[in-house]
Design a protein around this ligand. Structure first.
Ligand code: ATP
Length: 194
């Protein structure tokens, strides 16, 4: 049976950076956040979104992601409704991807909201990427040209490093990339042999 390893961490912690390192080692990686964004635009998703949220999330008949984000950001009930549409579709998409990778000893399921979404329950082990908050904020400011306040509001909507780390089997400290990659390889060796 293929082992499913969850890879999580807050915004700017370096999930995608570590995931890319794992891909380079030949390990299949499923990026849940990226797939969820694609699923958002599928015709059947659009249909469900329209029936739940109405026409206010469309501009010129096209889904306006910014309008949708504003509608759910800081509104837990609306966010729950959105998640009820998207999360089951991501699960189906992941299961298909897993089947296509059924010969792999282990695969990585990357998600910023692995715990928040409940998808950690399907994982055999969980790795969290951790880095000091100020460093994460600076990385995202540099990467996305975002403001400090924009990054902080996203951080405030996610679990803290502390909460994630406590529920994880392994924690990678991603301050220095060389050290973080070495730690990653060590963990993967353990997981492959156990
Ligand atoms: P998000 O949740 O926003 O998708 P993420 O956790 O996937 O973020 P990355 O995109 O991997 O984070 O990293 C954020 C930024 O920080 C990127 O520009 C990346 O190149 C940089 N970065 C990641 N790790 C390090 C590191 N150890 N040293 C320097 N820069 C790093």
């Amino acid at each position: 049976m293929t082992k499913i390893i969850g890879l999580t961490g807050g915004i700017g912690s370096g999930k995608t950076t570590i995931a890319n390192h794992l891909k380079a080692l030949g390990i299949p990686v499923y990026n849940s956040d990226e797939q969820a964004k694609k699923i958002l635009y599928l015709p059947e998703t659009i249909k469900s979104l329209k029936s739940v949220f109405g026409n206010g999330i469309f501009s010129n008949n096209l889904l306006d992601k910014e309008k949708l984000s504003k509608l759910v950001f800081n509104y837990p009930i609306q966010l729950k409704l959105l998640n009820q549409i998207i999360h089951p579709k991501v699960k189906i998409d992941f299961d298909k991807w897993l089947f296509a990778n059924k010969n792999a000893t282990l695969v990585i399921k990357e998600s910023a909201i692995l715990f928040e979404s409940g998808s950690y329950k399907d994982c055999d082990a969980i790795i969290s990427i951790s880095a000091p908050q100020e460093l994460r904020i600076q990385r995202v400011i540099d990467r996305d040209h975002a403001t400090y306040e924009e990054v902080m509001s996203k951080i405030n909507n996610q679990w803290t490093d502390d909460m994630r780390n406590k529920k994880s089997d392994y924690v990678i400290d991603n301050q220095d990339i060389e050290i973080a990659c070495a730690q990653t390889e060590k963990i993967i060796t353990i997981l492959l042999n156990y």
